[in-house]
Ligand binder design. Structure first.
Ligand code: F6P
Length: 353
């Protein structure tokens, strides 16, 4: 069947690279004379049948723009009364031949179910700054977010050295420590706290003290979802997908107190938060976003539904949505040991201060 009209939605947390992906899909589909609609704010737009035309002119210059021009939400049609039926009705009402859903595990989990349970013609595009989708080597958004976090970490180290303080940076990333690990590796941090292993307070304090003794400052990077032993767990607030909303965990504050107590050093912390999700996408995210957007359009043109576009090595290839959303990709032992081996060597201060 030749496609006439394709809808595109972006769901979940936004990230740099979404606009290049939207642009890639719209431009590729326009080449084949296919009309595009942009659904407003993720699955919410599909439930409410709210869409806007999306023409090549609309996307011409968005390749370098952060966020998503379509808007986004964490709406789950499976948690709304009649939500899934409404999504199916929207396909008919708006005469959609296909839907390209751009999102992380939650958005794509819905797309996967809509395909397996209802045979709705969907194609997935992976996006998340968390980089936690197992079927793809990298997701766009991650490179930009980690790059911004590295800049923040280095700024913290500058002021930490001036004041002879330990500095701690809390980054996002949900239950996968990729952003924290890459930020720590790329900024030469002295310690990293990841959700994949409970914080070893004694080990952290010993490494921070050794680094401080050698360099008059020390830098710790911590993920927002780390477990700190001995800390009383707060009541967890959940989103529509049943995931913990992590915004109020106060990891930076709590780790600062622990570090001060254990090391006797002065510690300051900063939480980068949503700053790392805004701004222009890096070169890597612009190119990856463009490639997966174009490939998603091509899968839709070929009637290859129920798949997500994945980056495998340097190729963008289809993988089934089911496989793509089966499990989270978390930091494994090999990556952890890379950091641990490098941070075990305190070294000398690099500047005369
Ligand atoms: O999943 C992306 C992400 O940025 C996580 O790293 C973070 O925990 C969450 O979204 C924040 O969500 P919100 O924008 O809803 O506060």
């Amino acid at each position: 069947m030749a496609l006439k009209r394709v809808a595109i939605l972006t769901g979940g947390g936004d990230c740099p690279g979404l606009n290049p992906a939207i642009r890639g899909a719209v431009l590729r589909l326009a080449q084949e004379g296919v009309e595009c609609l942009g659904m407003r704010e993720g699955w919410k737009g599909m439930i409410e049948a709210k869409a806007d035309p999306l023409t090549p002119a609309d996307v011409a210059w968005i390749v370098g723009k952060g966020g998503t021009i379509l808007g986004t939400s964490r709406t789950n049609p499976y948690k709304k009364e009649g939500g899934v039926d409404k999504v199916a009705e929207t396909f008919k009402k708006l005469k959609l031949d296909a839907l390209i859903a751009m999102g992380g595990e939650d958005t794509l989990g819905v797309a996967s179910k809509l395909w397996t349970e209802r045979k709705l013609p969907v194609v997935g595009v992976p996006k998340t700054m968390d980089n936690d989708l197992s079927a793809t080597d990298y997701t766009f958004g991650f490179d930009t977010s980690a790059t911004i976090a590295v800049d923040a970490a280095e700024r913290l180290r500058d002021t930490g050295l001036s004041h002879r303080r330990v500095m701690l940076l809390e980054v996002m990333g949900r239950h996968a420590g990729w952003v924290a690990l890459f930020t720590a590796l790329a900024s030469g941090a002295d310690y990293v706290c990841l959700p994949e292993r409970p914080v070893d307070v004694k080990d952290m304090a010993a490494k921070v003290k050794a680094a401080f003794a050698a360099r008059k400052t020390a830098l710790v990077v911590a993920s927002e979802a780390v477990e700190i032993p001995g800390d009383s767990a707060k009541t967890k607030e959940l989103d529509e997908f049943g995931h913990e909303i992590l915004k109020d965990r106060g990891v930076a504050e709590r780790l600062t107190a622990v570090l001060q107590k254990e090391t006797g050093l002065e510690v300051r912390s900063a939480v980068i938060g949503h700053i790392q999700r805004g701004g222009a996408p890096t070169l890597f995210d612009r190119i990856l976003g463009t490639r997966v957007g174009v490939k998603a359009a091509e899968l839709a043109l070929a009637g290859d539904f129920g798949n997500m576009v994945a980056l495998k090595g340097n190729a963008v290839v289809p993988v089934s949505l089911k496989e793509a959303t089966a499990k989270l990709k978390t930091v494994d032992a090999e990556w952890l040991s890379l950091f641990d081996r490098l941070s075990a060597l305190p070294g000398k201060t690099p500047v005369a201060a």
